[in-house]
Design a protein around this ligand. Structure first.
Ligand code: MN
Length: 296
């Protein structure tokens, strides 16, 4: 699926009004990764291989330790960023650059793999609920071999912004309504929100017109768009949004919680091999060789 084609269609339809609407809906696929962690892959699966510049979105949500306890032991990354946002449980990060972090409920980790990092992401808990998301954000060709960078953001350091009556957002990244998020980074100018809607709450937010954008309600349901173009998005459906400079939201009667992400598309070739995402096959071979030679 190409964001470009969706985008030009959206641009034409929305030129007069500017309110984004749903152009397609994708349902996640159950799979496992790491040492056998069960998860739902929403972006990065056959129905949606990527959504430029987003490469992957995983949701993990289980109260069965067998489904998560083996975690993600040491593994490499090169060429993009991983953004992990926790709702419940605790995840311990360690990497070969000497960074250690514990990610608890409401906290976020933003890791720029750049030219290479080897890390582990291991559940700290022995029981109870483990819930969260990992988003992979691509880097432009010129930044793929930049130095690796890691940062943890504690739950209390994530600002909240009011979007309407009963509609608030935790501002994980980017700038919305003049408020700056916990992280501001990168060539794709990402905006990443966890939106919390009370029952039947309504509101709108301003967004850059031509950013690729999606909405993912992980609790409740939400109506997206304005007037006749408004459509309902159900729990655990990923809605791809048309272009536009505004997003109108109306929560269902039980309220909703949803991820909203937007970023500038890169429109560069993608060569992907597991945890390496480059522009060409030759660069993938180089990544494998560099990793094997201990150059990460
Ligand atoms: Mn990883």
């Amino acid at each position: 699926m190409k964001a470009e084609s969706l985008g030009s269609q959206g641009a034409a339809e929305d030129a007069g009004r500017g309110s984004r609407h749903l152009t397609s809906v994708v349902t996640g696929m159950a799979t496992s990764d790491g040492a056998g962690v069960k998860l739902t892959r929403i972006i990065g699966q056959p129905a949606l291989p990527d959504l430029d510049p987003f490469l992957m979105l995983d949701e993990f949500n289980s109260d069965d330790p067998k489904a998560y306890i083996a975690g993600f032991p040491d593994h490499p990354h090169r060429g993009f960023e991983t953004v992990t946002y926790m709702l419940a449980g605790a995840l311990r990060h360690r990497d070969n650059k000497g960074n250690v972090g514990l990610l608890g409920p409401g906290a976020m980790q933003w890791m720029t793999a750049g030219r290479g990092i080897v890390h582990s992401e291991m559940p700290e808990q022995r029981d109870g609920l483990m819930r969260g998301f990992q988003l992979w954000l691509n880097l432009p060709a010129r930044d793929k071999l930049s130095p690796a960078h890691y940062r943890d953001v504690a739950a209390e350091d994530i600002p909240t912004v009011q979007l309407g009556d009963g509609l608030t957002a935790r501002l994980l990244a980017g700038e919305i309504e003049g408020r700056r998020g916990a992280v501001e980074t990168g060539a794709t100018e990402p905006i990443y929100l966890d939106v919390i809607a009370e029952p039947s709450a309504m509101g709108a937010l301003s967004v850059p017109f031509d950013h690729t954008a999606f909405l993912y309600p992980y609790e409740g349901e939400v109506t997206v768009g304005h007037g006749e173009a408004a459509k309902q998005l159900r729990r655990r459906q990923l809605g791809i949004l048309s272009l536009g400079n505004r997003l109108d939201l109306a929560a269902g009667p039980s309220g909703a919680r949803m991820l909203f992400a937007a970023a500038k598309p890169l429109r560069e070739p993608i060569a992907k091999y597991g945890p390496f995402v480059m522009n060409t096959e030759a660069e993938i071979h180089q990544a494998i060789a560099d990793f094997r030679a201990g150059r990460f």
